[in-house]
Each structure stands twice: as C-alpha cells, then as structure tokens.
Design a protein around this ligand. Structure first.
Ligand SMILES: C[S@@+](CC[C@H](N)C(=O)[O-])C[C@H]1O[C@@H](n2cnc3c(N)ncnc32)[C@H](O)[C@@H]1O
Length: 198
C-alpha cells in the first residue's frame, strides 16, 4: 500500500511513535497556513530532500514541499484528511529515516515543547523550521531555554501578514493580526542569528 510519503513503507514503522486511536477533540490549535508562506521561504532557503511535517493539519505546508520535490513525512495528533493522524509529536521517539529536517506551524500552546523535542530528535546540524509569531523572539523562558545557547540560526520575517485560517476556513478569514516569521533552529549551532526579510 502506498503511504503519504509517496513510498511504500509503513508510516508507523518510520516514526516509531504512539500511533493509535486517541479520541482527541477538534481543539488542538488548528490553523491552516497559507501555502504561500512556505513558497516564499523556499525561494530563499534550500531544504533537504526529506522533511518531516510533524503537525501537518490538512497538509497546507506538506503539499508545497511535495510540489517542490521533497519527500514528506506528514503526521498530526488529529487526522484532518492528510498524512497520518493519532501521532503525538511530543511522544515521537525517532525521526523518519534519512530525515534531518522538521518543518511545521506548530500548535501555539506547545511551541516551546515542539522546539525542545525537535532538538532532542535531530542529529547535529539538523534543522527545525517553525512558523511562529515574531513575538516568540522575546520572553525570558524562551531566552533561557533556547536563544542564549545560540540554536536559533536564522529568522525569515514576513513584511506582510500571513493568513492562518482557523479550522482551515480561509473563506471566512478577515485578515490576520499576527506578524509571523520562519524560525530556523539548528541543533548544535552556537553562532549569531541571521535575520532575513521575505
Ligand atoms: C497551527 S495548526 C498547523 C497545521 C499545519 N501545520 C499547517 O500549517 O497548515 C497546528 C496543528 O498541530 C496539531 N497538533 C496539536 N498538538 C499536537 C501534537 N501534540 N502532536 C502533533 N500534532 C499536534 C493540531 O492538530 C493542528 O493540526
């Protein structure tokens, strides 16, 4: 059987994670990202062939990666018609084979946990690329947990607003009040952060 990665391996085998019927509610910070947000990043940054979208929602980011020739492993806590559902990223124990890049727009309330867990899973030099509120640059806890050790390698700031649609409903969106940026965390990096404008 062909899986969502485009190959014939079992998703469950690849991620070694807690896949199962979790009976979760539809309230896990589901905001679908305008795919153009990722297209803009890909114009400026080359990503590795294999990318893990660990909170894929309905695949708005994953599909951009596929269209750009990447092999994408896509999972989410909740099945939203794309990838494999029932996978709690925070319980994933290892990355998919040949993968050293995690990319997502994470659930807001678990942003720090997602960054931390990604850095645990990634090999040295591997990258976790997250779409976050620009405000995530500040905050004592984030500084203590991440920034002061230098793992934030690059930030790609949007000079315009990016649409993230609640429950994937772009039609009833009235613009966005949030300023977003792509944050690139590299395991083992301890240099200065470079700021780019998309
Ligand atoms: C902000 S939405 C982003 C969806 C998709 N990445 C996109 O950009 O369109 C966050 C997603 O995280 C998922 N999520 C919440 N907690 C999770 C967890 N512990 N593990 C994996 N996915 C989770 C939600 O179900 C939701 O689909």
């Amino acid at each position: 059987m062909k899986d969502w990665t485009g190959n014939k391996r079992s998703a469950h085998a690849m991620i070694g994670s807690s896949v199962g019927a979790l009976g979760v509610r539809q309230e896990h910070d589901y905001y679908a990202t305008d795919p153009n947000a990722l297209t803009s990043l890909l114009r400026m940054k080359e990503l590795p062939k294999v990318v893990y979208e660990c909170a894929c929602g309905a695949g708005h980011l994953a599909e951009v990666l596929v269209e750009n020739g990447h092999s994408v492993v896509a999972t989410d806590l909740v099945h939203r018609g794309y990838g494999v559902g029932g996978v709690d990223f925070l319980k994933v124990e290892r990355l998919p084979e040949d993968c050293n890049c995690i990319l997502t727009n994470p659930p807001y309330k678990f942003t720090m946990e997602f960054i931390e867990h990604s850095l645990e899973l990634l090999p040295e030099g591997g990258e976790a690329i997250f779409l976050l509120n620009v405000n995530a640059l500040s905050g004592k806890a984030r500084y203590e947990r991440f920034y002061k050790r230098g793992v934030l390698k690059e930030v790609f700031v949007f000079p315009r607003r990016v649409q993230c649609a609640k429950n994937g409903d772009f039609a009833s969106q009235n613009g966005s009040a949030v300023n977003y940026a792509w944050f690139v965390f590299e395991k083992g990096f301890c240099g200065s952060t470079v700021l780019h404008w998309l």
